[in-house]
Design a protein around this ligand. Structure first.
Ligand SMILES: Nc1nc2c(ncn2[C@@H]2O[C@H](COP(=O)(O)OP(=O)(O)OP(=O)(O)O)[C@@H](O)[C@H]2O)c(=O)[nH]1
Ligand SMILES: [Mg+2]
Ligand SMILES: [Zn+2]
Length: 291
């Protein structure tokens, strides 16, 4: 039998074999030998024993993609969830997540929650930075009419919600599904951080077609060391019209003369914060290489 892993807890994997029937499975050691551990989102073969009621995952189908953080396989799209307040948006964390999704060539939608707590100025700033780059929405995740704006983006795709703890990922799902068994958690008044309410990735099939993965939030996010220095600039889509106009081949857009990217940032055609983000990440990648 075939199916998709929709949840994994304590050595057990829950495999949806279609028509909503979920089989609890164990995995054979054999995948670990190849350094592959079953992961939510994996398409698998399972066999159900005759004598015992124990089902086993016997094979993991080749993956379209795989991410370690959050641990998910075979995603078409990330909806990157960022709160406008509580916790306050962190553009470094957001950009790093965008870069890792870009590197994997996965679709990106930016969803800014807690619109009800946002100032006009902060929304304007976000539109200026990201407005032309990615589809973006401002929502109150507790309101059905608000989160329904996400539906056209979710239809027919496997989408993982990703973002800091407390940003409202589970709230989005809870509202979209009208399912109040989905746990959400308060944000600490002291630190303004979420409390890591969601502990495991779980996939939900959506009535309108498509699957949504709820994932545990993070507080920080490191860029994958696999991203090469020269490749980093390709992950900033707004650089693409300028990159090939630089004087030097292999320009890294730092101090090189006649750099079209730097000039575009100076003139505001590339948002200065995004150019700064590029410089900062490049510097970090270089430092890592040294050790
Ligand atoms: N005011 C307001 N509160 C929201 C909104 N979205 C979520 N919240 C609240 O924010 C808190 C955190 O929401 P969760 O959905 O648990 O956040 P999460 O992203 O799933 O967090 P983790 O599971 O820890 O990663 C809850 O108290 C929600 O009710 C919103 O749009 N407006
Ligand atoms: Mg959650
Ligand atoms: Zn340049």
């Amino acid at each position: 039998m075939q199916g998709i892993i929709v949840k994994g807890i304590g050595g057990f994997y829950y495999v949806d074999t279609g028509a909503g029937s979920i089989v609890e499975c164990k995995a054979r050691g054999l995948f670990r030998k190849d350094n592959i551990k079953p992961c939510v989102g994996d398409e698998v073969d399972i066999s159900i024993g005759l004598a015992s009621d124990e089902a086993v995952i016997t094979d993991i189908h080749p993956r379209k993609n795989h991410f370690a953080r959050p641990p998910v396989s075979n995603v078409d799209q990330f909806v990157i969830v960022t709160a406008m307040a509580d916790p306050a948006p962190n553009f470094t964390v957001l950009d790093r997540f965008i870069l890792s999704a870009e590197a994997a060539d996965v679709d990106i939608v930016l969803c800014f929650t807690k619109k009800d707590l946002a100032t006009f100025k902060s929304m304007k700033q976000i539109r200026e930075i990201y407005g032309k780059l990615y589809p973006h929405l401002f929502v109150d995740a507790r309101e059905a009419a608000s989160v329904e704006k996400l539906i056209p983006f979710l239809q027919g795709k496997k989408t993982a919600l990703a973002g800091p703890s407390g940003a409202g990922k589970s709230t989005i799902l809870r509202t979209l599904r009208g399912d109040d068994t989905i746990q959400t958690g308060s944000v600490s008044e002291k630190t303004g951080r979420g409390k890591h309410t969601t502990r495991h990735v779980e996939i939900f099939g959506m009535e309108f077609g498509g699957m949504v993965f709820d994932t545990p939030g993070f507080t920080s996010f490191d860029l994958s060391p696999e991203i090469e220095e020269a490749m980093l600039q390709e992950l900033y889509p707004e650089f693409s019209g300028y990159r090939d106009q630089c004087r030097f081949n292999g320009c890294l857009h730092l101090q090189e003369p006649e750099c079209a990217v730097r000039e575009a940032a100076e003139k505001g055609r590339i948002h200065p914060l995004r150019y700064e983000s590029y410089r900062k990440e490049l510097e970090l990648l270089r430092q890592e290489k040294k050790y």
